[in-house]
Ligand binder design. Structure first.
Ligand SMILES: Cc1cc2nc3c(=O)[nH]c(=O)nc-3n(C[C@H](O)[C@H](O)[C@H](O)COP(=O)(O)OP(=O)(O)OC[C@H]3O[C@@H](n4cnc5c(N)ncnc54)[C@H](O)[C@@H]3O)c2cc1C
Length: 421
């Protein structure tokens, strides 16, 4: 009989297998795909964003979905442990912007292969192309897993590492939620997070700004009373259906939640194109340009401020005559334009689907899982790790860090508990 059966060979399941085997367990790793680590291989734009080097507090702040729960698994295995782990496998990592860590090869393959080699070296048995259909329990403890071909495999411990529901072609199809429910667990509502946002605004529908990217802007989600719910700085991309890019992805879950909370079918968002300059500063700068070139067209005078397409769109929005000479523009109109620079508002009505999201929000409630061991509070011998849990972070290595950390913690605890019986 296997000591530990790990279902799912993503980052959480691979690390759970490594850790269980390192702690002396006889491990079987099952995955329904023909390859392991398929989502890991496409993370970070195919370069594999292994982890993030931020300090603990910042790390947790970047995990809006139950980040505080991560204090315990991080006390067992954290981002620095992940870095040391890969370095011990001969995979040198480099730090990029915002603490993001990548292999120096810039190839996800390097990371996935190193993990797989480690799993094999530790004697973990791997079965790919093997789908788990169900798991069964007896007297409050796990008993066996049932495969799609109706064969069953008895085991002492089960670690569920099946991921969420996003990007299903990588194998993450939400199979484990019914098993967890059957085990007595609560599944909190699932929703797309880190997902592009949709808008019915005419300028979006007419594709006026499609393909335009804005650098280092501040994007905010506004509640129906006009208060800012959340702001994120970063890059933004206008698409044919709405907005995408890092700032939009980070704001997306707050759009989903606001639509639900306020029972509305649209919420307002705002872009501050100059987050580090005050309105008055911009006004004085533009006045200076006007004074230097009074006869020149105002539009040409300020063209360095923004990409042509968005500047032209703002001119149209404000019914601003583009050819007007700089010294003919009333100050109030300049101030209106600056308000548009600092508070470019538009409505959004939702996001792309959970399948198209980078990450699944919601999942197995963390209230019913022991935070240090990832052990179920409902069934003996049952453990959860990775995105199947109600834990989610921003993109930037935070989700993968949670997957490795919870995976390592689960594997260690499952193996160690064998010795206690
Ligand atoms: C395009 C993309 C880019 C991303 N980039 C980043 C990033 O830059 N930073 C970041 O932090 N996160 C990123 N993420 C998210 C991150 O990749 C995931 O959070 C992470 O892979 C989750 O790991 P996991 O082990 O929980 O699950 P997964 O990686 O989803 O693995 C689950 C595994 O379980 C297997 N499985 C499922 N059901 C069964 C079953 N019934 N029987 C057998 N096997 C089963 C699947 O085949 C799969 O191999 C990205 C995601 C995507 C889609």
């Amino acid at each position: 009989m296997y000591d530990v059966l790990v279902i799912g060979g993503g980052p959480s399941g691979l690390m759970a297998s490594v850790s269980a085997a390192q702690h002396g367990a006889k491990v079987l790793l099952i995955d329904k795909g023909d390859k392991l680590g398929r989502k890991l291989a496409i993370s970070g734009g195919g370069r594999c964003n292994v982890t993030n080097r931020m300090e603990r507090k910042t790390l947790i702040e970047h995990i809006p979905g139950n980040g505080k729960f991560m204090h315990s698994p991080f006390s067992v295995f954290d981002n620095e442990d992940i870095i040391s782990f890969f370095e011990s496998l001969g995979i040198a990592l480099k730090e990029e912007d915002h603490g993001r860590m990548f292999p120096i090869t810039d190839k996800a393959k390097t990371v996935v292969e190193a993990l797989l080699n480690k799993v094999r070296t530790l004697g973990v048995e791997i079965r790919t192309n093997t789908t788990v259909k169900d798991i069964s329990f007896e007297n409050g403890s796990v008993k066996e897993v049932l495969l799609n071909n109706n064969k069953s495999i008895p085991t002492k411990k089960i670690i569920i590492a099946t991921g969420g529901k996003s990007v299903p072609h990588t194998g993450s199809t939400g199979d484990a939620y019914p098993w967890a429910k059957k085990a007595g667990h609560t599944i909190t509502e699932l929703y797309p997070t880190e997902v592009p946002i949709t808008s019915n605004e005419p300028f979006i529908k007419e594709k006026l700004l499609q393909g335009l990217s804005l650098r280092a802007i501040k994007l905010s989600v506004i509640n129906p009373k006009g208060k800012t719910i959340i702001s994120h700085e970063g890059d933004l991309l206008f698409t044919h259906f709405g907005i995408s890019g890092p700032a939009a992805l980070r704001c997306s879950q707050f759009v989903v939640k606001a639509l639900k909370k306020f029972k509305t079918n649209q919420v307002e968002m705002s872009i501050d194109l100059f987050p580090h300059q005050h309105k008055e500063e911009l006004f004085q700068d533009i006045l200076h340009i006007v004074k230097e070139n009074p006869k020149k067209s105002f539009r040409n005078g300020i063209k360095a401020y923004l990409p042509d397409r968005i500047l032209d769109y703002m001119f149209t929005r404000l019914s601003f005559e583009p050819s007007i000479a700089a010294n003919q523009v009333p100050h109030e109109q300049i101030r209106n334009l600056i308000s548009c620079f600092k508070d470019f508002t538009f409505t959004v009505n939702g996001t792309l689907s959970i399948e198209k999201a980078f990450v699944t929000g919601g999942g197995v409630s963390v209230k019913e899982v022991e935070p240090k061991s990832m052990h179920s509070r409902k069934q003996n011998g049952l453990y959860f790790c990775g995105e199947v849990l109600d834990i989610h972070g921003y993109t930037g290595g935070y989700n993968i860090t949670c997957a490795f950390s919870t995976g390592y913690s689960a594997g260690k605890a499952a193996a160690e508990s064998l010795n206690n019986h």
